[in-house]
Design a protein around this ligand. Sequence first.
Ligand SMILES: NC(=O)c1ccc[n+]([C@@H]2O[C@H](COP(=O)([O-])OP(=O)(O)OC[C@H]3O[C@@H](n4cnc5c(N)ncnc54)[C@H](OP(=O)(O)O)[C@@H]3O)[C@@H](O)[C@H]2O)c1
Length: 329
Amino acid sequence: MTKSREVHLVARPNGLPAVTDFEIVDSQVADPTDGEVLVENLYMSVDPAMRPRLTNGYELHEPMSGTAIGRVVRSRTKDLAVGDLVMSRLGFREYFTARPDQLVKLDTPDGLPITVHMHALGGTGFTAYGGLLKIAQLQPDDKVFVSTAAGAVGSVAVQIAKIHGCWVVGSTGSAEKARWLAEEVGIDAVINYKEAPIRRGLRSVAPEGIDVYFDNVGGDHLDAALASMNTLGRVAVCGMISGYNEPGARTTVHNLANIIYGRITLRGFTAADFPEMRPAFLREMSQWLREGRVVYRETVLEGIESAPRALIGLFEGINVGKMLVRLAD
Ligand SMILES: NC(=O)c1ccc[n+]([C@@H]2O[C@H](COP(=O)([O-])OP(=O)(O)OC[C@H]3O[C@@H](n4cnc5c(N)ncnc54)[C@H](OP(=O)(O)O)[C@@H]3O)[C@@H](O)[C@H]2O)c1
């Protein structure tokens, strides 16, 4: 047996979650049986999509599922050796046993830290890549608006659009994030939506309008984008975080009629919609990261007990780049 701890949801939040909606529970993990490995989690990924599952999805008093990177510490299969690094979706816990078919063995491109698999070279990076290139049909010279531009998905979307020759404006909620976007990410314009209404901000920095909106927020940001879309504009709807604390993740949009006059395409998507793009994504993104053409930030909270704080923090905007929880070195 191995002593472990895991994160349980113990109460369904109404609005913004509270730390008291979660409990860190001691557990004992059985030794791996034939064909299994014992994994020690090193990093857990904290994602906005977990919030709707707190209302409808996660069971109460069960370990919450979530993406994690771990290290094999005992093996009873020839497919994985002690020391191998693996990605799982098996939850917010320190240790667990699994079969190799429940895990993805990781191989990190030279010189890159393993955590890139949790953001730029992982799910959030791939979401940005396919969302722009396939869903929004990005063209060189497009004027592109990305919301939550300093977040995990947003910051990669900004840089992919720049690499493709676009002019890019982003929205974010703090001066520190705006500075990072301008000075290191290489964005063309930033709007701090907490300082001025997003619609006014977008109009003033992009008076000629936008061709593509990569939506991570919904609500007032989607409204602002629809009011600024050029004819035949494309909206790739990736997320609507402004509504995730509302029942049913509701968000209110007023400017839908602009879709008619502007001949605008608005399409929602998930990263499961473009599996054929994964080899090209892995090849291009590894190269961009190695060359420093894509930069990233991580906000890392320490220890499993900080997982609830990390999840709540996404809705308070405390993260720059990808929100992670580190469990072990
Ligand atoms: N479709 C898919 O397959 C897919 C996959 C991954 C993620 N997503 C979506 O992509 C979006 C970004 O996810 P992420 O993992 O990259 O998270 P993230 O952007 O790294 O973190 C969330 C950020 O959202 C912003 N935010 C929070 N509440 C807000 C509000 N009411 N209005 C405006 N901004 C708000 C905060 O930044 P500010 O300081 O800028 O406010 C916060 O830092 C989410 O909507 C998520 O659900 C979709």
